[in-house]
Design a protein around this ligand. Structure first.
Ligand SMILES: [Zn+2]
Length: 53
């Protein structure tokens, strides 16, 4: 059951990245080149990883 939920979450949030500086949510296609839309910081992490951090 948990696995199913994780898969659904991943699909939902796969394009969402969180700024490591201001925690703003950014919808990005290419995180390697993306900058935060709020502060311009280029350190973004996938939304999913906030569970493990
Ligand atoms: Zn930011």
């Amino acid at each position: 059951m948990a696995e199913r939920f994780d898969l659904a979450e991943k699909r939902l949030f796969e394009d969402i990245y969180i700024c490591r500086k201001c925690n703003a949510r950014n919808k990005v296609q290419n995180p390697d080149e993306a900058n935060c839309r709020k502060c311009g910081y280029d350190g973004l992490r996938p939304k999913n990883s906030e569970i493990t951090e």
